[in-house]
Design a protein. Structure first.
Lengths: 667, 320
């Protein structure tokens, strides 16, 4: 083959041609656009669509004027919050301050709350009931931690709101999922709503929720439900679709009515899948603890915020770890429940007396009443005495101080180097790009990866960010998240590769990333600020810490999935270990790794609002400003911009992963 | 499950308790309404103390009090509808616009000053005086900007401002006074003081926005920068001050911290209304209480209870 034809070979590929043309045009616009078409470089102010004012006006109409004839919209939403408040008050009463009679400071306790011993006992029983004594010990230990480290009161308030939010989230998700399963149209309508629920930052809809549902913990619970429900819907749809056709046929043959079909056939057969959704709802609800406390949920989230406001890093960490511990206990218990085989009811059992048939319930009730009665006399049985509480004191603070005093200069040098050589140039580059070229390139990418529908989606969504006048902030968002994702991938993928085949290392890595994901980022944000000052670098570190987990998890998962026969074939044909890794394992794990990167991007975007707390100037800041100014329209507009960036990234990467899979013959 | 008979026993017991509970509060002094008055709590210690002092005093007068966690600015929506009733700390410096907007609707009422004076200004730790001898005079900042610089800003100095939502016109101030400083905004006040703590541990240069009453000026030794004194002309008239062509060539305004309420408070609980209106506390006692809680780790409710016990003569005069 001649030289020329080798050089020409790639050009035969139409894809490369398209890309080259697109980039060439974009480049020319970038160089000369400033003179020829200044409007293409910087979107003219006069063209900005005042969407945020429309939304704010719409909101005030909803609150003040909207009516259904018999009752107003506000009355409807207040009715809903009244409905949620009843069970919440009950749960709070049982767990935290006892059942009260009366309101405010006149309230009189008529029944004390469950004693701490009783609650620990119930959790232990749950552990034993769902799995074994090991789980019982773990769950009991977790709750004992809460008592011993003096986090009991906060934890019970948090637990009460979780106990209310989770059933609502599960029921709502289950019904939405059932409806989408049955009616295609509903599914089509629900999907984009779910996408938005998962990608619009929570801060963006806190203000409207406060307006509609009133001040107090109920609004926080509703925000939690909105945030935690989408995975339940998605998993419900998937689990129902996964029910084998034979089961449905059987149901039809024995003459099930529609209702029987749903509740006696479909839902029970889909149960294992549904329980995964339940687990997700619990975990996401716990992720919301900090944000919920900002609008009045109180509990552990408030403890974290309050300690960090007085820079008490030690107690901030203790409260943060309490959230992690609570999450671990609830996660393990719900997983055990998901894996538990349905009990077999035997004839002999049915003849047992009631209290023996429900042995766990009886024992728990006995403990509740016994400790409750003893607790009336002995205070330490009722609530864990403060004097017995353990604390790490100023350990955390001293550690940060030690690093700060001894290693600040080294850290500063690293930070300055990264800032000057990577962050700032990249930011300038992105901000200098003509918006029209970016929109066009995204459309081309969409077209190449997924056809004209995807192209249209990318173009329309990115145009939205331009037309509402948030282009610069969107670009800063892309810059900050992009850089963080690159670093997260550079750190996470090698760790994933290393840990994939080493069981003990994997066990350790899993604990670390689980903790990083459930520990409220606010806890490590303040030490990061102390070491790196406010600004993009501190924000980047926080984002990386939070978004690292999926990069590691999916890489490890992808590599473990590689067909061992293929690796054997590699060994037989004399590949070196490096070749096996790069030519076989990584190549085959690529689609999985891409999905991991996708998740990393989603998590990075969801951290945006938190990074606004350390002074970034991106969309997160816009959302945060809107929150503090109670400006509904501004918050939702910026929130939609974040969501659209997320959706574009998600669709492009998913389409890319699918193409890669097809090329590798995995599907 | 309960045995039926026992269940009724429990019910009867509960009913007796409820009856006892319902009777108990009647013993207190007659007040206009036994509905709870909702006082808002935000997220800084000083505000907790002011609010809880007010709450405890109202309780002594027989009122029913409920504390509600609410956001500082978002709470105005609740005060307008009557979901919330009293907010004890609206700072002239940060809350004035929101307060004016709310009182203009007629649904929210300004109940006057708390007696606390808000100070917000540029602040530096005492050890910086050695590196920049002319301080606290602001003119010294022009000469030793480099002493306040960090690698990203050098040779300009670095000034750490509050979150952008606090306003404050610091970018304009730097411009108007012609000092070579770069203004960096912290996202929250936790981040602001995290940086101060970090710099203070290393005796490193720092210049930042500090406000009082707060624990920071109590915990760290330092001073406010002496800018030309604030006046409304300075903020509105370019020709005023050292720079004849620019506004904001002066310090930040200092001003009172206000109490506000839902306008229905006056009619529903007139006694509580006048008590809140009459209440006054001052910066020194507040500073002492804030440091007792935040620095010495004392229990907040205990500190409030001590104040109530030691100042009986004062709060008795607030009552109707």
């Amino acid at each position: 083959m001649s030289r020329a034809s080798i050089a020409l070979a790639p050009w035969r590929h139409s894809s490369v041609l398209v890309w080259a043309a697109a980039f060439a045009l974009a480049y020319m616009l970038w160089i000369w656009g400033g003179e020829v078409a200044p409007w293409a470089m910087k979107y003219p102010r006069a063209w900005i669509v005042p969407l945020k004012f429309w939304i704010s006006d719409g909101m005030s109409w909803l609150i003040e004027d909207a009516t259904f004839g018999l009752f107003t919209f506000t009355e409807l939403t207040r009715g809903i919050s009244w409905l949620i408040e009843r069970p919440y008050r009950l749960a709070l009463g049982l767990l935290s301050h006892g059942l009260l009679q009366g309101q405010g400071s006149d309230a009189v306790q008529i029944l004390p709350p469950l004693t701490w011993i009783a609650i620990v006992a119930i959790v232990v029983a749950l552990g034993r009931f769902t799995k074994d004594w090991a789980l019982a010990a773990l769950a009991g230990g977790c709750f004992a931690y809460l008592a011993i480290f003096g986090q009991w009161d906060g934890a019970m308030v948090t637990l009460a709101s979780i106990l209310i939010a989770v059933p609502f989230g599960i029921a709502g998700g289950l019904f939405a999922g059932l409806a989408s399963y049955r009616w295609r149209t509903i599914e089509r309508l629900i999907r984009p709503v779910l996408d938005l629920m998962q990608t619009v930052p929570v801060f963006a809809y806190l203000v409207p929720i406060l307006f509609l549902f009133g001040f107090g913990p109920v609004s926080a619970i509703i925000a939690t439900i909105v945030y935690a429900m989408p995975p339940m819907v998605r998993i419900t749809i998937m689990a129902l679709r996964g029910v084998p056709g034979e089961m449905v046929d059987l149901g039809n043959m024995v003459g099930c009515s529609r209702r029987q079909m749903t509740w006696k056939v479909l839902v029970p057969s889909a149960m294992p899948g549904l329980m995964v959704g339940v687990n997700q709802v619990i975990m996401l609800s716990l992720n919301m603890v900090i944000i919920a406390s900002m609008i009045g949920a109180g509990g552990l989230g408030f403890e974290v915020l309050a300690s960090l406001r007085r820079l008490d890093i030690g107690s901030g960490i203790e409260s943060g770890v309490a959230i992690v511990v609570l999450a671990i206990a609830l996660d393990r218990l719900s997983q055990a429940l998901a894996n538990k085989n349905p009990p077999e009811h035997s004839e002999a059992e049915a003849r047992l007396p009631l209290w023996r048939r429900y042995a766990y319930t009886s024992v728990c009730l006995a403990i509740v009443f016994a400790t409750g009665l003893v607790g009336l006399a002995a205070g330490w049985v009722q609530s864990y005495p403060e004097a017995w509480a353990v604390t790490t004191g100023s350990l955390g603070e001293n550690l940060v101080r030690w690093i700060n005093v001894n290693y600040f200069d080294q850290l500063e040098a690293v930070k300055t180097a990264v800032l000057l050589n990577v962050l700032i140039p990249f930011k300038r580059f992105l901000l200098g790009l003509p918006w029209i070229a970016v929109v066009a390139l995204l459309a081309v990418a969409g077209w190449r990866l997924g056809g004209w529908r995807l192209a249209l989606l990318c173009a329309v969504l990115s145009l939205f960010n331009v037309t509402v006048g948030l282009w610069a902030k969107s670009m800063i968002t892309v810059y900050l998240c992009g850089i963080s994702v690159v670093f997260a991938a550079l750190i996470g993928i090698p760790i994933g590769i290393l840990a994939a085949e080493r069981e003990r290392l994997w066990g350790f890595v899993k604990v670390v990333i689980d903790t990083l994901q459930t520990l409220p980022s606010f806890v490590y944000l303040m030490p990061v600020v102390m070491l790196f000052r406010v600004g993009d670098f501190a924000a980047m570190i926080a984002v990386i810490a939070y978004a690292l987990a999926p990069a590691i998890r999916y890489t490890a998962h992808g590599i473990r999935q590689v067909d061992p026969h293929l690796i054997e074939a590699g060994i037989v044909s004399g590949c070196t270990r490096f070749q096996i890794l790069t030519k076989i394992k990584l190549k085959l794990a690529l689609p999985e790794i891409m999905l991991g990167i996708n998740q990393t991007i989603m998590l990075a975007l969801s951290m945006l609002v938190i990074t606004a707390l350390v002074g970034t100037r991106d969309l997160g800041q816009e959302v945060y400003i809107a929150l503090t100014k109670a400006d509904t329209g501004r918050g939702i507009t910026a929130g939609l911009c974040v969501a659209f960036i997320a959706i574009i990234a998600d669709r492009l990467i998913t389409a890319g992963a699918q193409r890669a899979k097809a090329r590798l013959g995995l599907e | 499950m309960f045995h039926r008979g026992r269940y009724f026993g429990v019910l009867a017991g509960a009913a007796a308790l409820i009856a006892a509970g319902a009777l108990a509060p009647q013993a207190k002094a007659g007040v206009e309404s036994k509905d709870p008055i909702k006082l808002t709590l935000h997220d800084w210690t000083g505000q907790f103390i002011t609010t809880k002092i007010m709450g405890e005093v109202l309780k002594k007068a027989g009122y029913n009090i409920e504390y509600v966690q609410a956001d500082y600015l978002a709470q105005f929506a609740g005060l307008k509808t009557g979901d919330l009733h009293v907010a004890m700390e609206i700072w002239e410096t940060t809350g004035r616009d929101a307060m004016d907007e709310a009182t203009a609707t007629g649904k929210v009422e300004n109940l006057g000053e708390t007696g606390l004076q808000a100070i917000e200004e540029w602040w530096y730790p005492a050890y910086m005086k050695e590196k920049c001898p002319g301080l606290p005079d602001w003119k010294a900042l022009g000469k030793c900007a480099e002493a306040f610089s960090v690698p990203e800003t050098a040779p300009s100095g670095r000034y750490l401002g509050g979150p952008v939502t606090w306003g404050g016109f610091d970018d304009e101030r730097v411009e108007a006074l012609g000092i070579d400083f770069e203004v960096v905004h912290a996202g929250t006040d936790a981040a602001l003081f995290a940086e101060l703590e970090s710099a203070y541990q290393r005796k490193a240069p720092i210049l930042l926005w500090v406000y009082a009453p707060h624990w920071a000026p109590v915990k760290y030794k330092g001073e406010w920068v002496d800018f030309p004194k604030y006046s409304s002309e300075c903020y509105n008239d370019a020709s005023w001050g050292t720079n004849k062509n620019a506004k904001y060539d002066c310090g930040k305004p200092r001003g009172p911290i206000w109490k506000v309420s839902w306008s229905g408070l006056k009619d529903k609980w007139p006694g509580a209304y006048s008590t809140i209106k009459n209440s006054k506390i001052n910066n020194d006692e507040m500073g002492a209480m804030v440091s007792a809680v935040d620095l010495d780790g004392k229990d907040l409710d205990g500190v409030v209870a001590d104040w109530i016990a030691n100042n009986e003569g004062r709060w008795k005069t607030w009552l109707p």
